[in-house]
Design a protein around this ligand. Structure first.
Ligand code: HEC
Length: 132
């Protein structure tokens, strides 16, 4: 390859790189962009408020409070809301807005439909699979 071709290739690559970079950074990405389902937002809230410090989901998390994987089907929405609004002498009150409360409930509903908090209640089959 002659020097002229090498220099031309380098220039083409450099210009392409600059154009691509400009194209990418021209887009205005807002960190507060709304995205995701209600359940996604509830999960984010769960992480922001650090509920996992005291509660488990699918058996993982802190052990001060109970596992909340199936809290949605075990308790009523009003019961869960009451805990979040008022807390107890161990659990702090979170004073969530109505919208945040509904997002949290959507998250509980989604994890409730996808997992079981008490593996002891699952019935193991001979082939290693399980039944609910
Ligand atoms: C400091 C520890 C702590 C944190 C943080 C915490 N909780 Fe709790 N939570 C508890 C304890 C302990 C209980 C059991 C009630 C009691 O003994 O006061 C409880 C009970 C609950 C219950 C009722 C469960 C049942 O079946 O009775 C719900 C629902 C709940 N918490 C949701 C949450 C959510 C959602 C968050 C995050 C926004 C959260 N908690 C953060 C300690 C905590």
């Amino acid at each position: 390859m002659s020097d002229r071709v090498k220099v031309m290739t380098l220039i083409v690559l450099a210009v392409s790189f600059l154009c691509y970079t400009l194209f990418l950074y021209k887009e205005n990405y807002s960190s507060n962009a709304e995205y995701g389902t209600m359940a996604d937002k509830g999960k984010r809230l769960w992480q922001e408020k650090n509920c996992n410090a005291c509660h488990q989901i699918y058996g993982l998390g802190g052990y001060l409070g109970p596992d909340l994987t199936n809290v949605y089907s075990n308790r009523s929405e009003a019961y869960i809301k009451h805990f979040l609004q008022n807390g107890t002498n161990i659990m702090p009150a979170f004073h969530l807005t109505e919208q945040q409360m509904n997002e949290m409930l959507a998250y509980f509903k989604s994890i409730d439909s996808s997992g079981n908090a008490s593996p002891a209640k699952l019935k193991p089959n001979y082939d290693g699979t399980i039944e609910r």
